[in-house]
Each structure stands twice: as C-alpha cells, then as structure tokens.
Design a protein around this ligand. Structure first.
Ligand SMILES: Nc1ncnc2c1ncn2[C@@H]1O[C@H](COP(=O)(O)OP(=O)(O)O)[C@@H](O)[C@H]1O
Ligand SMILES: [Mg+2]
Length: 319
C-alpha cells in the first residue's frame, strides 16, 4: 500500500470499538474484549500504546497484529496449546476464555530496550537475574533470560518482578511457573528460528498465559511487533560492531521517537503524534508482516468498524 493510501486511512482507523450486544465488555489499551460464556471475542483496535499510555491510532495496525498473532499461534500450536478458536474478521479472534496468570512473561535474547535503559539507571536488579558483566547494548545473551512483570490494572504501570517474588507472593504456583517458563522458552526458540529464516531477529517478546482447569494456554497476542522486538538480521553484526542502532520493525521505533523528539517516557501529558509519524509506523508494521509471513497484506481501505460488524453478524457472533 502506498504512503498516500495510508494517509487516506488515517481518518478511518479503529480507535473506539462499540459492540455492546457482543457481551460483557472490557477495554484494554489495544484490545476490546467481549465475553460470551466460555468464549471471548477479542477485537484488536488500531490504538497505539507506549509507556502504558494510549497515544493515537495507526492505520491497519489492528489487522496486522491480529493476523500476525494468528499466524504465530497456528505455527506453534504443536509446542504449546493456545486460546484461538476462530478468526471471523481480520481484526478479531474468538478465543477460549482462560483464567489469566497475574504475571507477564518477558523473554529476552538480547540486552536492549527497557532492560538497557534499566541498566543505565541501575534499576535492572528488580528482576533478580544475574547477567554477564560488561555486556554492550544490543549484545546477545548466552541464552534467553526471563524478566517478568506484574500485570497491572488499566491505567497502572506494569512493575518488574523477580521469579523469587512471584513464588513467594504466590502469584503463580511453583509447578505452574515451571510449566510456563518451559512453554515460553519453547515458543521463543521456535519464534527465533522462524524469524531467522525470514531475515529477522526475534529479539525479545512478552507472553501471557492462562488456564482452564489444569490446562495451560498461551493467551492474548503472540510475537507481534507490539509485544516483541524484531531486528533486520543481515545488518545486525555490522551495526553492533559500529555501535549503531539496529534496524527495527517494531514498537521500539515510536518509543525512541517519543524519548528523542518529545522527551516523553511515560510521565506527564503524552504528546500529540504527527500524521507522518503515524504513517511511518504503519509502514514498519506492514513490513514486519510481509517479511515474517512472506506475503504482503492485501489491505481493504475503509471503515474497519463497519466491516467487523458485518463479519461478526455473518458468522453469528453478533445478533
Ligand atoms: N484467552 C484469554 N482469556 C482471558 N483473558 C484474556 C485472553 N486473551 C487475552 N486476555 C486479556 O484481554 C486483555 C486484552 O487487551 P489488551 O489491550 O492487550 O489489554 P492490556 O491493556 O491489559 O494490555 C488483556 O488483559 C489480556 O490479558
Ligand atoms: Mg496487552
């Protein structure tokens, strides 16, 4: 899709989702979820959140995230079962409603992003992970590390937490934590392996898990450019050697823009996001999709909300 077509879509993005007859509603930062008994209808909006603030909308972001999450859930279902039941619209997943764990499982293959920023500030010790001394920014860890965080209520910031504290506070039982970390490691290694074959590095990611009875499921989203960092693989070594920033196809683009251009890191009033920044982030997300799946998205410009309603009606989810 051309840059001007993306500009044209700016006024038709999916900011608010209003489908009250779908069921009990919860609005997250990015997704709107509706409960129908033991199923959840998850609508991924075009909202952009960074540093726990919703800042603007990005054309086709919801569709890219939802389709990519679906792509990854399908590719990895032999490793860990996931919550997906159906995808009635490019922006919608119907999922098994699970009892979510109160922690988000962040897995990192490289020293970068917020962990690097924590390290500069000396606040990296909160995770209780010892990592090698003297590592450079963007260097790979000998093996993936876990830096979990608590899952905050809407409007609150997620807080880093150590494995020891997760267990001590009884947020997750020792048995479940062992299953969760094993599952997360398996998913991450599979993600890294696939990304490599597509010329990308899966740098880090965040998983959420839930249970139905005693069965464990990956829930929410998976390996999307919102929940993960992706770097361009063939430039990695040269950029690392020169101490240059990596070429990235993910949300870190906007985090760095906010810090660099607006001095914003989550405190105070969030700045307005100019249209050209919105469009250029859309291009990054679309590039990530095309590169990971091998097929560029055939996008339908137009009113996303109206299309969702039509598709949900046709599939019997919306009366
Ligand atoms: N299968 C599921 N069962 C229960 N809760 C889920 C499931 N999948 C996702 N969720 C929850 O739905 C919400 C999705 O909305 P999102 O915008 O990601 O919220 P947040 O602002 O908390 O990140 C999250 O709170 C997530 O934990
Ligand atoms: Mg979320």
């Amino acid at each position: 899709m051309t840059t001007s077509a993306l500009h044209a879509q700016l006024t038709q993005t999916l900011g608010r989702v209003h489908l009250p007859s779908l069921g009990e509603h919860y609005q997250g930062k990015v997704r709107d979820t509706y409960r129908q008994g033991d199923r959840l209808v998850l609508v991924t909006s075009d909202r952009l959140s960074a540093f726990d603030h919703v800042l603007t909308t990005i054309p086709f972001k919801g569709e890219v995230l939802n389709r990519l999450a679906h792509f990854w859930f399908e590719r990895t279902r032999h490793i860990v079962p996931n919550h997906v039941l159906d995808m009635p619209d490019p922006n919608v997943i119907v999922a098994r409603a699970c009892q979510p764990f109160a922690v988000e499982v962040v897995v990192r293959g490289y020293l970068t992003g917020s962990l690097w920023r924590d390290l500069q500030k000396g606040t990296h010790t909160a995770y209780g992970v010892a990592f090698p001394e003297g590592m450079r920014k963007d260097e790979a860890f000998p093996e993936p590390i876990f830096t979990p965080s608590t899952k905050a209520q809407y409007g609150q910031h997620d807080e880093p937490i150590s494995e020891k504290e997760i267990l001590a506070r009884g947020l997750v039982s020792a048995r479940d934590w062992a299953r969760i970390t094993e599952a997360a490691r398996g998913l991450f290694l599979e993600g890294q392996k696939w990304a490599r074959t597509r010329g990308l590095i899966l740098v880090d990611t965040k998983y959420e898990f839930g249970k139905v009875g005693d069965d464990l499921y990956v829930i929410d989203e998976m390996h999307t450019p919102d929940s993960s960092r992706y770097w361009v693989a063939d430039e990695y070594e040269a950029r690392l050697a020169k101490g240059e920033a990596q070429r990235m196809l993910d949300k870190e683009n906007i985090r760095q823009w906010l810090i660099r251009e607006r001095g914003f890191q989550g405190h105070g009033t969030p700045p307005a996001i100019p249209d050209d920044v919105r469009v250029s982030l859309a291009e990054k997300y679309l590039a990530a999709y095309a590169q990971l799946t091998g097929t560029p998205l055939a996008l339908e410009p137009g009113d996303v909300h109206a299309r969702i309603e039509k598709n949900l009606q046709a599939r019997g989810y919306l009366k």
